[in-house]
Ligand binder design. Sequence first.
Ligand code: PEP
Ligand code: MG
Length: 877
Amino acid sequence: MTKYIYAFDEGQKSMKDLLGGKGANLAEMKRLGLPVPDGFTITTEACIEYLNNHSKLPDLLLKQLDVELDALSKRIQKSFSDDGALLLVSVRSGAKISMPGMMDTILNLGLNDENVKKLANKTNDSRFAYDCYRRLLQMFGQVVYGIPMSSFDTYFDQYKTQHHYESDAEIPAEGLKEICEHFKAVYLDEAYKPFPQEPIDQLTEAIEAVFKSWDNDRARVYRQLNEIPHDIGTAVNIQEMVFGNSGEKSGTGVAFTRNPITGEAKLFGEYLLNAQGEDVVAGIRTPKDIETLKEQMPHVHEQFVKVSTQLETHYKDMQDIEFTIENENLYILQTRSGKRTANAAIHIAVDLVEEDVISKEKAVMNVEVKSIDQLLHPNFDEQSLKQTSVITKVGLPASPGAASGAIVFSAEMAKQQAEQGNKVILMRPETSPEDIEGMVASEAIVTTHGGMTSHAAVVARGMGKCCVTGCSDLEINITDKVVHYKGGSLYEGDIISVDGAKGDIYFGEVETIQAERSHAFEKFMQWSEENARLDVRMNAETAQDIQAGYQFGAKGIGLVRTEHMFFAPERLIEMRRFILFDTQDKRIAALNTIKQYQKNDFEEILKLSGERPTIIRLLDPPLHEFLPNSNNEKATVAEQLNVTIKELDQYIESLNEVNPMLGHRGCRLAITYPELYIMQAEAIIESALELKAQGVSCQPEIMIPLVSTVAEFTTLKAQIISRIETLQQEAKEHIHYMIGTMIETPRACLIASELAKECDFFSFGTNDLTQLTFGFSRDDAGTFIGTYSELGILEHDPFQTLDVEGIGELIKIASQQAKSANPDITIGVCGELGGDHKSIQYFNQLDIDYVSCSPFRVPGALLSTAQSEVEGGRLHV
Ligand code: PEP
Ligand code: MG
């Protein structure tokens, strides 16, 4: 018989798959003897069963629910109908992987018209009882019946204004009673049914609502964004209520065992007195720093510090803890590994190693690869900053980064503008989970309410997005689309700049500079490198990028795309001369000019690389990429080339291809125009010779792209080598160089052993290989790949994350064959997948020596291979 429900004392932390993260940790904390209100967890299996079973709660679950409720009642001596010992519960979702705020919570469940009176009698506090009831009516209405929260909030706010109450706490019991009556009427108006009075009905409907919320839009978006599978379901935790809203000796809060922004080893958190549940994170009242709890309730503070140290040591990681204080008694409601900024992640990992809590290997596992990417975020340039003025400095530095953009006031507008390529800053009084897509689309988020643990702050930090919260001196009016600041107003479309590390907001656009890396970062990267198996090279051709890549720990250059060097106007015209002229002498003349440019470039690149391997790819792209498109451009080019527009059109027409990506490109260009690759090889070797004369040795590796047959490669290789030998003889010098190919066609994969015998190296060009294997255009497959992902036809966009079954298998076969045919061959991956975490984890297991990616992805790639090694090493698949 399937067991759908586990009491907290039946579980433990290893049961996350079944009990979800929250449930497993509640059980673990119970095992540790911490003050956790009693309760039970309904498994993720029950959720999956519900979703697969036409949204019907399994009968077996309902039976087990009766039994568990009974058992809970007996354990804690309370029940839904008891006058003196009234049971009220919270119902919270909790998936295996934490999805903060994405799904629904209901508190105070079990209250009804009768029970509210019992609660009032028992506590001798009608105000408290009716406050709990109105909250239940609101939460239940929204979560279970889909009544918009504004239907409750508008009335609540109006009531306060009418009666001149400034805060919720001023509303007396009679007022709350009236509000409850009105809220019940809202059910009839909007849901056409009354609020269910039977606690067991409330409970089953709430459980169903949590299961359903697994599939709500914001949860789906969050899962997509964080690559969480859609089919693992959520557990539901039913827990006895404790009340943070039962007076000034009660409260609720959230705290991190270390600072989640800087990583500082100091408790970091906020709490509100006389408040419940979501009050702290909703940002409606500004919470107090956890430090002040020391003064307000010293022994509760002391106990909390003890518990948080115990939890951090037990879980060997920084914890994010939710707690409630009821009449000076502390209760822990949740613990989980805390979300943190990239900077904090590094500092915490390094500190925990130095405090002997974890090993270096565990530290490497504790930092997410995407954190490393975030760490390379920009800051504002100090000089540029001086030229602007401040709008406000009151806000809290909720999530670091520096960004400029146009103000928008809604998530929809943010999305719309971003889709048109515009940079926007989302400004809201506070954010809620409905805003998630707008937050993703924005450069930064600014709110007027809420603290460091508000929804906006937590979600933005998780995304690595710049965010400032609590700008209480701004008034953001989303209806009139205006922000009032001291001394003026800003409107939709106005440009502002946001400093998420400081909490400052400026007028206009401010220039940014890249972040500096800390000592802890260097140490952490050193540990990653010690554990990495694959080398990481970079794809780069400009001096600035190459320098950055080497600073980030690249071991060489895996791809210089020579065509990227032809887009400056003075070079482009020569390239056009070469492509368009139909006589060989004119083409050669153009090539000679191009060669000079190339020589200078190669000299610079090879000098920066020194003895580190540097792969220079010979010209690859379809020729049409160099041709003029607009009439204006054509007129200019015709003049530069001294031909008529008609002649130019004829040239262009003669080069027209139906499928340029499948056409005259890559090595095919050099088969038809041998002088092209010969010129490039000359430029490479001549610059190496010149460097040698200056005493600089280098390691050029010449790469021929888009090969499908052995003969293509051997034909071109013979021409190139013959020319290089002549150059070396003339110079009476020898250059150590290699010659190899890019594996970008499925055919090349299948003849890998024959090709490998001729090559010094292989580099998998996964962009073209994916294009040609799937037959998906790499330029515009986005139009349908989104739908493919949504329908589950493809798990990922194969241009971003390796398709293991197809492309992965081809790479596996080709690399195995190549290494057995030529054990000395070096094999790398230089397409976009060379910088993707999941793809690298697969490559790490193959006969591959390195991956190559853009310079800013180098540290992340190093960490990916290190994590793959720590996790299981090389499997020799
Ligand atoms: C590739 O195809 O993967 C590759 C790296 O080359 P490009 O993107 O320049 O075609
Ligand atoms: Mg390619």
